[in-house]
Design a binder for this molecule. Structure first.
Ligand code: CP
Ligand code: NVA
Length: 315
């Protein structure tokens, strides 16, 4: 595996298979000591429930200690350069999980840190979420290959990492977003390039009804991501036709499972009826964040030491 987990594109299909095998094992076992005497840092610029809790609990269950730094504590990129922060973290910690606005910030940290950097969400990617989601699909279907995952909503960080992993794992992913809210063209192109090698099918439409037609899984995320609060009124209007509700799901196969990364804005992107339906696997997704992230930490941090001379780059 690469030193860092930043996007989902940084994992090969073999890496994901290995992580899923370890995830299954850790889900059964729960406690091991593979990270005994290690310390994991959580450095967050945005709020979080699932990511913070699942990493802290996961680190504890692997035998590691955790340090959490909230936005007001660290002011990452403000008090000193990202490169200097990366070098300092590398002297204290064995692994860092970040939650940032700018994706470039995470990349710069990773370039300058001797220890693994795990992206716990940036404006562009959410690889830990997508890994937990793909593991959920894998648990239900026994294989991700050939599964049709339909994503309805905003072409955002969650969709970008889902595209990366779908391309790797050979899924059919159909994305339906409003015009002007499609996934980033560069990320789409990268995912398509991967998909050509694996036989995955990535399709795009603006029509949510057409998108859900053959879905095994229908996925949505919030219409207003963290940092986009000033666009709330406009987004609520633009995304209205993309709500997961009874009318839209009437066009999907009856057995299609419902997915959401949470937090849910009930009454916006998903109705209570759909969120609470027996087809929803939303809380399984939330739980699987814990198990899959333990596998990621175990693979990346177990061998990481506190190196005195992290790689230097010109800033
Ligand atoms: N899905 C997710 O990342 O949730 P949090 O924002 O609560 O961490
Ligand atoms: N797209 C959402 C995901 C939250 C887990 C956001 O970035 O706020």
């Amino acid at each position: 595996m690469n030193k860092d987990l930043l996007t989902g594109f940084d994992l090969s299909a073999a890496d994901v298979r290995d992580l899923f095998a370890l995830t299954r094992d850790l889900k059964k076992k729960r406690f091991t000591d593979v990270l005994r005497n290690k310390t994991v840092g959580l450095i967050f610029q945005k709020p979080s429930a699932r990511t913070r809790i699942s990493f802290e609990v996961g680190a504890y269950q692997l035998g590691a200690q955790c340090v959490y730094l909230a936005p007001q504590d660290i002011r990452l990129g403000e008090r000193e350069s990202i490169a200097d922060s990366a070098r300092v973290f590398s002297r204290y910690l064995d692994c860092v999980i970040t939650r940032t606005f700018s994706h470039q910030l995470v990349e710069e940290l990773a370039r300058n840190a001797a220890i693994p950097i795990i992206n716990g969400l940036s404006d562009e990617y959410h690889p830990c979420q997508a890994l937990g989601d793909m593991f959920t699909i894998y648990e239900i279907t026994g294989s991700c290959r050939g599964v049709t995952l339909c994503y309805v909503g905003d072409g955002n960080n969650v969709l970008h990492s889902l595209l990366a992993l779908a391309a790797n794992l050979g899924l059919r992913l159909v994305a339906a977003t409003p015009r002007n809210y499609q996934p980033c063209p560069d990320i789409w192109a990268l995912a398509q390039e991967r998909a050509q090698k694996t036989g995955a099918a990535l399709e795009y439409t603006t029509d949510p009804v057409a998108a859900v037609k053959d879905a095994d899984f229908v996925y949505t995320d919030v219409w207003v991501s963290m940092g986009q609060e000033q666009e709330t009124a406009r987004r609520r209007k633009v995304f209205r036709a993309y709500q997961l509700n009874r009318e839209l799901l009437a066009h999907a196969p009856a057995q299609a499972k419902i997915m959401h990364c949470m937090p849910m804005h009930r009454g916006e992107e998903i109705t209570d009826e759909i969120a609470d339906s027996p087809h929803a696997v939303i809380f399984d997704q939330a739980e699987n964040r814990l198990h899959v992230q333990k596998a990621v930490m175990a693979r990346l941090a177990a061998g990481a030491g506190k190196k005195k001379n992290p790689r230097r780059t010109r800033d």
